[in-house]
Design a protein around this ligand. Structure first.
Ligand code: DLL
Length: 459
């Protein structure tokens, strides 16, 4: 394995690059811990100016220091000086996981290796993992953004925070960890799994907030009940949950189960990790994208056209302050829409992610996402949020079986009726016939992080 050579144009002795200089020049003075940053409160006009300055520096930084960007832009006949307005970004080609994989392991880095302080990587269930690098400055900004999300979601300096996102190459654990510390709160670095231990620590350490995936929090609720404890009696008041798609119905389920407020947090490793967007405690109206660091676009995934505000499509991100791994027009495959800012008017919000385009089930010509099933199932009495979708092809015809657990308190007979109702509503609302198989409580696999919902056995 060979390390990427230090780019010629980069000062290998650690002198700040032009992007770092642009960030420093546009950065406001720090505010006291636990209070909003100045950039959080700026209006849209000022935001556009800030974005343009940082965007110009990012594109130049990528072009001059990463050969993959230089080759891509040369092949498309665009150069950094073609970006004079924010709209000019549309002239630049998209990037995706393949672009990063082709640069495996470190060729996408725009700084010499001696300035890369940390590496993370995506799980890479198929093919090579995508490798992400961070400079000292990147790590510091990440911690600041995560702490901004925590504060926005109601967590305060001095709180005890139970961190059940997985530690390791996954960005969840360490990303959250340093965010909690930056906020001036106390982090319990529990990581994922070991449910019994989690329950003991939550009971004994009395955290005010918990950080984990929504499905893992449900698994914890089961764990509490199994231990003869009522999850509503814990010290928890806030959950900052993300890393997988979840619905409003799931939010309601979780809030009821623990008697807490559950807020969303969004991010992806390629773009930074968790903390790209976070949700207001007061409004719970979708995650606010921290646009002083990330420029979002929504495109039609088929035509790649940029869509008008409010339209549903694929989320695309450009980083504005990432030194080690600048990311320009990265196709996330996440499907959502952009909404105007509310609590932070200069920063737009994102709607809930309905799913990933690569997680879309095509069933006899109908497109559907697991979130649609979640949304329907949780409105039917007697059915639990624990379900799996099994896809098979008997007699060359696609079939989807929804395996779903009945709730403990629901009788077998009532659960069968509820199952029929679920099939009926899926047919009406999604347009697909399916088989619903009601399972006994505690029989389907529980989450230990990101839950796998789809079992495609068609091939
Ligand atoms: O899941 C980062 C993260 C950790 C986010 C902890 C939030 C909390 P990846 O493993 O690279 O990074 O996966 C990124 O997860 O493209 C979405 O498809 C999905 N995802 C992340 N957050 C949310 C969310 C982390 N709040 C991929 N809602 C993304 C829906 C989410 N999907």
């Amino acid at each position: 394995m060979s390390l990427a050579p230090a780019p010629d144009s980069f000062a290998a002795d650690g002198a700040p690059n032009e992007l770092a200089a642009a960030i420093a020049e546009t950065e406001a003075d720090p505010t006291p811990v636990g209070t909003p940053d100045a950039a959080e409160l700026i209006g849209r006009e000022e935001m556009d100016q800030l974005q343009l300055t940082r965007l110009k520096a990012t594109i130049k930084h990528a072009y001059e220091n990463v050969s993959a960007y230089r080759e891509l832009y040369d092949a498309h006949g665009v150069k950094p000086s073609d970006l004079q307005t924010l709209e000019d970004l549309a002239k630049f080609p998209f990037t995706d996981k393949e672009f990063l994989r082709a640069a495996y392991p470190f060729k996408s880095f725009a700084v010499p290796m001696n300035q890369v302080r940390r590496i993370h990587a995506s799980s890479g269930t198929t093919g090579l993992p995508t490798v992400v690098g961070y400079t000292d400055g990147d790590i510091d900004r990440w911690a600041t953004l995560f702490s901004r999300c925590l504060r926005f979601s109601g967590v305060a300096p001095g709180d005890i925070v139970h961190n059940a996102y997985g530690y390791g190459l996954f960005t969840g654990g360490l990303g959250a960890h340093y965010g909690v510390e930056k906020l001036g709160a106390t982090v319990i670095p529990m990581s994922g799994g070991q449910t019994e231990k989690q329950i003991q620590l939550i009971t004994d350490f009395k955290p005010r907030a918990i950080l984990c995936t929504p499905t893992y929090l449900l698994a914890l609720a089961d764990g509490f009940r199994k231990a003869g404890l009522d999850p509503r009696d814990t010290s928890l008041e806030i959950g900052v949950l993300g890393a997988e798609p979840w619905t409003e119905e799931m939010r309601h389920e979780i809030e009821q189960a623990f008697n807490i407020k559950a807020c969303d947090i969004y991010g992806l490793s390629e773009v930074m990790g968790p903390g790209v967007a976070g949700e207001s405690f007061d409004r719970q109206d979708g995650s606010t994208i921290w646009e002083d660091h990330f420029r979002p676009e929504i495109i039609d995934p088929m035509t790649e056209d940029v869509l008008e505000p409010g339209h549903h499509g694929e989320l695309v991100f450009t980083t504005l302050t990432r030194e080690a791994l600048p990311i320009i027009r990265y196709r996330t495959h996440d499907l959502t829409r952009l909404l105007p800012g509310t609590d932070r008017p200069g920063h737009r919000r994102m709607g809930r992610i309905s799913g990933r385009s690569d997680d879309m089930i095509i069933l006899r010509g109908v497109n559907l996402f697991p979130t649609q099933i979640e949304e329907i199932a949780l409105t039917i009495e007697g059915l639990s949020p624990h379900f799996q979708l099994e896809l098979t092809r008997p007699d060359h015809m696609d079939q989807m079986t929804v395996h779903i657990e009945r709730r403990e308190e629901c009788s077998l007979q009532d659960a069968e009726t509820a199952g029929k109702e679920l099939a009926r509503q899926i047919k009406i609302k999604v347009g697909s016939s399916c088989v619903v198989s009601v399972a006994e409580p505690e029989t389907l696999a529980r989450s230990s992080g990101k839950l796998r919902r789809i079992y495609d056995k068609r091939r």
